[in-house]
Ligand binder design. Structure first.
Ligand code: FMN
Length: 257
């Protein structure tokens, strides 16, 4: 599995001179101040020639958002699922990695949660990244599958022990009578792992807390990606890539905003 995390960015998000058309059809390609109303907020567009594969560019965008540190959660995604009856649901999760070669992104959660139940019944999902401070949006749709257990273990085992205990203590999405009842559940879980709640070890302590069988990663293997760059004049730049199925070639289309 690759993350592409150390990849150098290409120049796809370097400032680019704008080239646009006015509402009356006049072509604009002159100095930036002459086309002010049509510049994107960050003076950038998607590449004129759209790349064949959107994933290197998507990964660059994610890495760029992380580096820029302009948002507290640059990898936050709105994850939409639907139940077997077709009722949609959406919530934020963190995108924990990108596999550029496969064209997938992945996240971790409790498989017995509402989203886990949706995915079990209907293994499709849509996600949106919104980098508000960068005026960018990215959307991904595709089929969802569990990550191999070894990958879930590797991720779980490098988490701080408190988070690993939390994964056991919380039956995510299930009702609980009160905050007090939730805290009692946490204390009970700590004691089950031989941890004194009144005198817990430091956060970086090595603790043997295995991954709960119902907790793990899912990857969304994309069949559709859309990248969006905002513009003050609402002439946003959009492109969509689709492919019939994973492993086949992408087809790219520029879209009207
Ligand atoms: C910034 C942020 C990041 C979150 N990251 C995750 C995550 O990575 N995994 C997760 O299961 N829930 C995460 N949550 C909580 C979910 O939004 C949601 O409340 C929870 O997963 C239960 O959703 P469900 O009942 O629809 O399954 C996050 C919430 C926020 C606000």
């Amino acid at each position: 599995m690759t993350t592409g995390q150390e990849r150098e960015t290409n120049d796809s998000h370097a400032p680019r001179a704008a080239s646009a058309q006015t509402p009356s059809g006049q072509h604009l390609s002159g100095p930036l101040d002459a086309i002010h109303a049509f510049q994107t907020t960050h003076d950038e567009h998607l590449p004129d020639r759209l790349p064949d594969d959107p994933f290197p560019l998507l990964n660059d965008w994610i890495e760029y958002a992380k580096r820029e540190r302009v948002q507290p959660n640059p990898t936050a995604i709105s994850l939409a699922t639907a139940s077997d009856s077709g009722m949609p649901n959406v919530r934020i999760v963190l995108c924990r990695g990108v596999n550029i070669e496969q064209g997938s992104i992945w996240f971790f959660t409790n498989g017995q949660s509402v989203k886990g139940e949706d995915i079990a019944a209907n293994p499709r999902a849509a996600v949106a990244f919104h980098w508000d401070a960068l005026d960018r949006q990215a959307r991904v749709r595709g089929m969802v599958e569990p990550l191999p257990a070894a990958d879930s273990d590797a991720y779980f085992n490098q988490r701080r022990w408190e988070k690993r205990v939390g994964a056991w203590a919380s039956d995510q999405s299930r009702p609980v009578k009160s905050r007090e009842a939730l805290e009692a559940k946490l204390i009970e879980t700590l004691e089950r792992f031989g941890i004194d709640p009144k005198n817990p070890p430091p956060s970086d302590a090595e603790m043997d807390i295995p991954r709960p069988p119902h907790w793990g990663g899912f990857r969304i293997v994309a069949t559709e990606v859309e990248l969006w760059v905002g513009s003050p004049a609402r002439m946003h730049d959009r492109a969509r890539w689709t492919r019939e199925e994973p492993g086949t070639g992408w087809s790219a289309t520029r879209l009207q905003p």
